[in-house]
Design a protein around this ligand. Sequence first.
Ligand code: R5P
Length: 295
Amino acid sequence: MLVYAGSASKYFGLKLAKQLEAEYVCVETRRFPDGEVYVRVEKEPRGETAVLVQSMYRAPNDYLVEYLFLSKTLKELGAREVVGVIPYFPYARQDARFKPGEAVSLAIVLELLEKMGTDRVVTVDMHLHRVRDIQELTRVPFANLSVMGEIGGYFKGRVGGNVVVVGPDEEAEQWAKAVAEVLGAPYMVLEKTRLGDTEVEVRAKGGVSLEGRDVLIVDDIISTGGTIEAAVRRVKERGARKVYVACAHAILAQNAEYRVFHEGVEELVASDTVPSPYSVISAVPVVASYLRSQL
Ligand code: R5P
């Protein structure tokens, strides 16, 4: 097995190769002066399984094109199988035609992966909302792994025994529940209405009392920080004492850090699917252990 990594995930790829005790093959990635993408692998994968690692955050289009060039190239160079490890999977939220004329971007990305030689995909806490089962959209086998167990483990002993885990919207129930199970804590979800790309409205209705309790807000993605900003405000209004925030993918677009922190947050914790100063949890062991069991 050979591990290759695109420019978004060199360190993730290196750590994965070490944990798999597999060879890490250097990949040259650069831009031509006009912005076009260049890729070259330093070793051909003839007859071997090629694990291709590329998270697609912050510059998803560039990283996607790099990935597609690499996937097809590895296949052409004789890879027995191309396994795409895409820790942050882009365009998952555009999984339907919400307005007439819109592209269903997720379906297009999935088709591109298949056409460019990817035989299977491993991802982490993919935003599956309307599409609960990704296999409805693609024939390429998908493994959607999770770092929520690791997030729960990280907070054990760091939060008070009276902690409540809160999902900022209904979709986040799955992640809040998973973290709450590890902590042996109760969980609840808020109600969110999206007003635009950067603005949301979050309401707290019923649920567990937060008065004087620590709260751990858990979501899959922090993009502009609008969701977390509104959720922190609501739980504080409901009497929360210390507020912690955790997510799998800290995209942190625009002024997200300001929006997350300015209402008063003790700590922000994320995984390394998207590298950031908050990536104190690694998704590598989860991915490595899955690949070990499969390949
Ligand atoms: C969508 O519902 C996701 O689970 C996140 O809540 C959302 O993507 C966060 O986006 P933002 O940080 O821009 O509010």
